[in-house]
Design a protein around this ligand. Structure first.
Ligand code: HEM
Length: 458
C-alpha cells in the first residue's frame, strides 16, 4: 500500500484499502485483474475526477459526479435500466422479481412489498434480531481467547435473522444447505458477470454454469416448500416478512403475488439481504478493532443504553454513535461496490456523450473515496456522519437512491445496530497481527481471508 499525495494521513493510520490502477490495463489485463478483484480494475482517476470513460469491447463510463448520478437514478431513470449483465446474472436465481423487474412489473411488486418494510413492521422484527445477537454473543464468549473469523460469524448471525423471518418452521429446510447453495451460486455467477461486464463475447466459455444451475434448483425448491407450508399454517404473531408478503397487495391494481412470485421475492430478500448486512457488520468490527478509541466510545454508549441487556429496535435513536460507525463502514466498504446500468437512448452525463447501449457504472467504492467529495477519504471517521445534512446526498450511496433505492434499508440498519451494540457492550475486540482482511470485490465487497479478531470481556 502506498500513500497518495492527497492522503493527509500516513498509511499505517488508515484501514485497509486497495491501491487503484494508475496505468491502463488493456483488455487481457483487465480480465485477469477482474477475475481476482473487481476493485483492481478501478482506475485511480475514479477517486480524483468526476467521470472516467473507456472502451474494453464495449463503451463504458464510470460516474462519480453527484448531479450526473442524480440524473441516472432519478431524473432520467427510464433511460438507465439495470444492465443486461446484472439481469442475465440474477434472473435464473431470482426470476423477474423486485430486484430485476422494470416498468409496470417492477412498480406493482414494489407497491405490494413496501408495507412489509415499513418502519412499524421492521421494528416488530427487533426481537428476532436481538435473539440472533444473543446467540452470536454466546458463540463469541464460548470461543474465549481464541481468534474468530467475524465474517463467517456475522454471516451466521444475519442468516439466522433472514431465515427466521422468511422460512416456516414447518418447512423441512436446513439453513446451512440454503446458505451453501446461495454461496455456490454467487461464487459461480460472480465470475460470469465480470466477463459480461467487460463486454467479452458470449461464446467465451463461462465457468461454473452447471454448478450454479444445481444450486439454484435447490434454493427454489426450499423456498417453494416454505411458501406452501406458511400458506397452510397461516400467519404468526407478530407477522414476519413472509406473512406480510403473503398479505401484500398492490393498492392500485389489487394484484397479489402468486407462489412463484413470492418465492422469487423471498429468494431476492435472502440473497440481497443477508450477506450485505453481514459484510457491514464484519467490516464494522474490523474498523472498531483497528481504532480502539472509536471502539471505547461505542462501548460506553452501548453499555449506558443497554445496561447489560440485548439491544432492541426502540434503542436505535439512543445509539447515534453506533449508527455513525455503521454509516462510515458503509462508506469505506460498501457491500454493493459497483452499480451498473445500460443506457437505452443517447444522453449527456457530466458533459459527456452517452450512446445507446453504453455501460454506465456508478463505482460506489470510488465515489465514497473521491477526493473532490470527501476529506481524508481513506480515513475511518464516524464523526463525519454526526450531522447527516452535511453529507451530499448523491455522494453517499450505499443503498442506491431514487425509486430503486434498497427496500431493506431500515431492516439492514436496525439489524446492524442491534447486533453491533450488543457485541460491543460485552466484548472488546482486537486485531490479530498479520491477518488484515483484503477488500476484494466479486459481486459484493468481501474481506478476503476473513476478519480474524480476538476478543475479551469488556
Ligand atoms: C447493508 C445491507 C444492504 C446493502 C448495502 C444493500 C444495498 C442495496 C443497493 C445498493 C441496492 C440498489 C441496487 C441498484 O440500484 O442497482 C439495493 C436494492 C435492493 N435491496 Fe438492498 N441492501 C442491503 C440490505 C437489504 C436487505 C436487508 C434487503 C431485504 C430484506 C434488501 C433487499 C433489496 C431489494 C429487494 C432491492 C431491489 C429494490 C428495487 O429495485 O425496487 N437489501 N440494495
Amino acid at each position: 500500500m502506498t500513500t497518495t499525495e492527497t492522503d493527509a494521513l500516513p498509511v499505517e493510520a488508515l484501514p485497509v484499502h486497495v491501491p487503484l490502477v494508475t496505468e491502463p490495463l488493456g483488455l487481457m489485463g483487465s480480465l485477469a485483474a477482474a477475475r481476482r478483484n473487481l476493485l483492481e480494475i478501478l482506475p485511480d482517476l475514479a477517486v480524483r475526477q468526476p467521470m472516467v470513460s473507456g472502451r474494453t469491447g464495449i463503451r463504458w463510463h464510470m460516474v462519480m459526479e453527484p448531479a450526473a448520478i442524480r440524473r441516472m437514478l432519478l431524473e432520467n431513470i427510464d433511460n438507465y435500466p439495470k444492465s443486461v449483465t446484472t439481469k442475465n446474472l440474477l434472473k435464473p436465481a431470482i426470476g423477474d422479481s423486485l430486484f430485476i423487474a422494470e416498468g409496470a412489473h417492477w412498480r406493482w411488486q414494489r407497491r405490494a412489498a413496501a408495507p412489509a418494510f415499513s418502519h412499524r413492521n421492521v421494528s416488530a422484527l427487533g426481537p428476532v434480531m436481538g435473539m440472533a445477537a444473543q446467540n452470536s454473543l454466546d458463540r463469541v464468549e464460548a470461543a474465549g481467547k481464541r481468534a474468530v473469523d467475524y465474517y463467517e460469524e456475522m454471516v451466521r448471525a444475519t442468516f439466522e435473522v433472514i431465515g427466521n423471518v422468511t422460512f416456516s418452521e414447518g418447512a423441512q429446510f436446513d439453513p446451512e444447505q440454503v446458505h451453501s447453495a446461495i454461496d455456490d451460486y454467487i461464487a459461480a455467477a460472480g465470475k460470469v458477470s465480470i466477463l459480461d461486464m467487460l463486454g467479452v463475447p458470449g461464446w467465451v466459455p463461462r465457468p461454473g454454469r452447471l454448478l450454479s444451475k444445481r444450486a439454484v434448483g435447490e434454493m427454489k425448491a426450499l423456498a417453494d416448500q416454505s411458501v406452501e407450508a406458511r400458506k397452510a399454517t397461516g400467519p404468526g404473531m407478530p407477522p414476519d416478512l413472509l406473512d406480510l408478503l403473503l398479505e401484500g397487495e398492490d393498492p392500485e391494481t389489487k394484484r397479489k403475488m402468486n407462489t412463484a412470485e413470492l418465492r422469487d421475492n423471498l429468494l431476492t430478500f435472502i440473497v440481497a439481504g443477508h450477506e450485505t448486512t453481514a459484510l457491514t457488520l464484519s467490516w464494522a468490527l474490523y474498523l472498531c478493532a483497528f481504532d480502539q478509541g472509536v471502539q471505547d466510545r461505542a462501548r460506553e454508549e452501548a453499555q449506558a443504553v443497554l445496561q447489560g441487556r440485548v439491544a432492541e429496535a426502540k434503542d436505535l435513536d439512543s445509539l447515534p454513535f453506533i449508527r455513525m460507525i455503521v454509516d462510515e463502514t458503509l462508506r469505506l466498504y460498501p457491500p454493493a461496490g459497483i452499480l451498473s446500468r445500460t443506457a437505452r437512448e443517447a444522453d449527456e452525463l457530466g458533459g459527456r456523450e452517452i450512446r445507446p447501449g453504453d455501460t454506465v457504472m456508478i463505482p460506489i467504492y470510488a465515489l465514497h473515496r473521491n477526493r473532490l467529495l470527501w476529506d481524508d477519504p481513506d480515513a475511518f471517521r464516524p464523526e463525519r456522519f454526526k450531522d447527516r445534512k452535511e453529507i451530499e446526498r448523491y455522494a453517499y450511496l450505499p443503498f442506491g437512491d431514487g425509486p430503486r433505492i434498497c427496500i431493506g434499508v431500515s431492516f439492514a440498519v436496525q439489524e446492524a445496530v442491534i447486533i453491533l451494540a450488543t457485541l460491543l457492550s460485552k466484548r472488546r475486540f482486537s486485531l490479530l497481527p498479520g491477518k488484515a482482511p483484503k477488500p476484494v470485490m466479486i459481486l459484493t465487497l468481501r474481506p478476503e481471508g476473513g476478519v480474524w479478531l480476538t476478543s475479551e470481556p469488556a
